[in-house]
Ligand binder design. Structure first.
Ligand code: 0L1
Ligand code: MG
Length: 262
């Protein structure tokens, strides 16, 4: 894949995000051969562009972390992308729907490490030993592709639909909880829309962080201490509308909420 094509595809997804405009997936016509590896080349260029524009990486996020979703997309590995500073929503704050294309939310357990984790060979136990805190969060995903219709390489190129993150402030040491059985309900205006348990995320969200460390190791990168890590959606994602009050309530891990306005 030559540099001009990487740049062309990067501009394609980047402009869609900046202009809050839906685009047809890359693999539909523009470049049907796009592989997952090439999707990451586009994602890396996209990240370089965002950094050049003055944005800052807050932390990594994992996607496609449920066995059901992996089977549906016929893949063995989850995917990763990055949350940037401009995506962070303060807990209890409001977002404007006009700042997104067709946003959805999913509750996720977050991790903060007290030391870097460098693969390969990182296990969930290594992750738990390196974890300073776990915290409740909600991710806002907003695929730039029409109707969230994409292949895995497309969504990797699109920074795994990253658009927003609400990091809860209720911090717990990992040994205070059984992360696989931590339950969560996601409600909109008080009505439960989806629910699940931590085990939906690769059996245990700690496993998601281990997979992240091992995938990053293939590029000579690591999971860094102090960065909030989103481990993957526990429930199906739910579409947002103006007027929504969105709340994720976790068993033993507090809750996190925000409002949606026009
Ligand atoms: O965070 C995620 O799981 C998003 C991965 C991409 C799938 C989607 O946009 O629905
Ligand atoms: Mg997610």
């Amino acid at each position: 894949m030559d540099k001009d094509l990487i740049r062309e595809l990067t501009t394609y997804v980047h402009n869609a995000e900046k202009e809050k405009r839906e685009i047809t997936k890359i693999t539909a016509e523009l470049y049907p051969e796009l592989t997952i590896e090439e999707g990451y080349l586009v994602q890396e260029e996209l990240i370089r562009e965002k950094l050049k524009e003055g944005h800052k990486i807050i932390g990594p996020k994992m996607g496609i972390t449920s066995e059901a979703k992996m089977k549906q997309m016929n893949v063995d590995n989850p995917i990763y992308g990055y949350v940037f500073d401009y995506m962070v929503v303060e807990e209890g704050d409001s977002i404007s729907i006009a700042d997104y294309i067709h946003p959805k939310v999913e509750p996720e357990i977050g991790f903060i490490l007290d030391r870097d984790l460098e693969g390969p060979g990182i296990t969930p136990l290594d992750v738990l030993r390196a974890t300073e805190y776990v915290f409740p969060s909600i991710e806002i995903i907003d695929s730039r592709y029409e109707n969230f219709n994409f292949t895995l390489p497309d969504v990797v190129a699109d920074n795994t639909s990253a658009a927003g993150a609400v990091f809860g402030t209720y911090l717990r040491r990992p040994e205070e909880l059984e992360l696989d059985v931590v339950g969560v309900t996601l409600s909109i205006n008080g009505e439960i829309k989806s629910l699940g348990a931590g085990a939906a995320v690769l059996g245990n969200p700690a496993n998601s962080v281990a997979r992240l460390a091992n995938m990053l190791a293939e590029k000579g990168e690591k999971v860094k201490a102090g960065q909030p890590i989103l481990t993957g959606g526990i429930t199906a994602a739910v579409r947002l509308s103006p007027g929504d009050f969105v709340q994720a309530k976790y068993g033993g891990l507090g809750d996190v909420s925000f409002f949606v306005k026009e």
